[in-house]
Design a protein around this ligand. Structure first.
Ligand SMILES: Cc1cc2nc3c(=O)[nH]c(=O)nc-3n(C[C@H](O)[C@H](O)[C@H](O)COP(=O)(O)O)c2cc1C
Length: 157
């Protein structure tokens, strides 16, 4: 039996809503990627070069610790990974998440929400974190993308 997981990180709830809609639409399991230390509003201030998110995203080798994990990742062969676009790419906590598992042979499909930017260089930053996986070209959705749009998109994988 092939199983699908929708794993997501969401700092302010937008991606969380989309991830839930996607998981419902395709009958997948849902997993929230939680930071060990949650991001406060001040942490998320991209106008402040000293805010936590600015400092973290300036160092692409930094891995923000994740709390908890996916039980039985080996059971999933298709993993949708959702996140907000931060500075034109995935937040580095997505690298932390991917690097926790052996994803060789699995299909990994990124999806995102953003203020308007597309996926940018997201895959370039993610590919070394999921070695051996079939990393697909992902897609950025608007915050209010609905069930049928998400289902139609997901079915191609
Ligand atoms: C630190 C930070 C950096 C961001 N960088 C971008 C960006 O480069 N392009 C963009 O369109 N939106 C950017 N955004 C906006 C978020 O991608 C957008 O609000 C997203 O939908 C938030 O999702 P969430 O509620 O799941 O965290 C940024 C937000 C934060 C907090």
């Amino acid at each position: 039996m092939s199983k699908t997981l929708v794993a997501y990180f969401s700092a302010s709830g937008v991606t969380a809503k989309l991830a839930k809609t996607l998981a419902d639409a395709i009958g997948a399991d849902l997993h929230e990627i939680k930071p060990e230390t949650p991001y406060t509003d001040a942490d998320l201030n991209w106008n402040n070069p000293k805010s936590r998110s600015s400092v973290e995203m300036n160092d692409k080798s930094f891995r923000p610790p994740v709390a908890g994990g996916v039980d039985h990742m080996e059971e999933y062969d298709r993993i949708f990974v959702g996140f907000p676009i931060w500075w034109y790419v995935a937040p580095t906590i997505i690298n932390t998440f991917l690097e926790q598992y052996d994803l060789a042979g699995k299909t990994v499909v990124p999806f995102a929400t953003s203020g308007g930017s597309g996926m940018g260089n997201t895959n370039r930053e993610l590919k070394d974190s999921c070695k051996g996986a079939n990393l697909k070209e992902g897609k950025r959705f608007s915050a209010n993308a609905g069930t049928s749009e998400l289902k139609t998109w997901a079915e191609q994988f």
